[in-house]
Ligand binder design. Structure first.
Ligand SMILES: [Zn+2]
Length: 251
């Protein structure tokens, strides 16, 4: 059964009855709150029979739950490792071309990290939405952004074989074969990241089933957004082309 109760900060929090008595994180004030039925529901609910637990277990249950800590430090570490791997691998593989890149292509060098940061922020919005639907928990934007940054770096790393082909460092066949391998690895790391680094309200990993579901849902959001942007782009383009035509035509 799902029910809603209020945090001390006033935020309405949804929970399921198996969460009663455990400590969850308030999506607004981020403080630990003990999940309990709201008074109006508790009054109507049939008095639950106290579970018959062996004495040792009963003692464990009686100890107040510690406030769950969100794994922001772990996420930051994972994102940092992925970024260092990406930059290190790219710098090593393209070291022969770095001298061309640095003086002439400074906009590329500045644009790539900015693109990665902004792209991850957009991905984080979809990730939060997907987690909200699949796990019914509002991930903090920082957590979502760190996860998005980490998997963006991993997936950028996994397409490097494709970038090696134009530089004649790999033949197209070799690049294609390697790309299948690294892209699969990237997908696997993404699923593992979603399943074990994204935590629910109780601070537990959301698990592989929900991890895959979150991943797929977020892909659907991205495809829908791309479709909307494409449609708007086409509409705007058609509109302006029609307006420009009389101006551009000589008669
Ligand atoms: Zn709160």
């Amino acid at each position: 059964m799902t029910f809603k109760f209020h945090c001390t900060c006033g935020q309405k929090v949804s929970a399921t009855d198996d969460m009663i008595g455990t400590t969850a994180i308030c999506p607004r004030c981020r403080s630990g709150i003990v999940v309990q039925l709201p008074p109006e529901l508790a009054a109507t609910a049939a008095p639950a029979a106290p579970p018959k637990l062996p004495p040792q277990l009963a003692r464990v249950r009686a100890v107040p739950m510690a406030v769950v800590s969100r794994p922001v430090g772990l996420l930051a570490l994972a994102a940092a490792v992925a970024l260092v791997l990406l930059i290190g691998t790219a710098a090593f593989l393209f070291r022969a071309h770095l001298h061309e890149l640095v003086p002439y292509n400074l906009p590329v060098l500045i644009g790539l990290p900015i693109g990665l940061a902004v792209g991850s922020a957009i991905l984080a919005i979809f990730l939060r939405l997907a987690v909200r639907i699949v796990v019914r928990f509002d991930l903090s934007f920082l957590e979502a952004w760190l996860v998005a940054l980490m998997i963006s770096a991993v997936n950028a790393l996994s397409v490097i074989p494709a970038a090696l082909v134009p530089f004649h460092m790999l033949s197209p066949e070799q690049g294609g074969k390697l790309l299948v391998l690294t892209a699969s690895g990237g997908l696997l790391i993404t699923i593992v990241t979603y399943s074990f680094l994204i935590r629910n309200a109780l601070g537990r990993p959301i698990g592989i089933g929900r991890g895959i579901l979150t991943y797929l849902l977020q892909i659907v959001f991205i495809v829908v957004l791309a479709g909307i942007i494409g449609a708007i782009g086409t509409l705007v383009g058609t509109f302006f082309l029609h307006r420009l035509k009389p101006l551009g035509s000589p008669n």
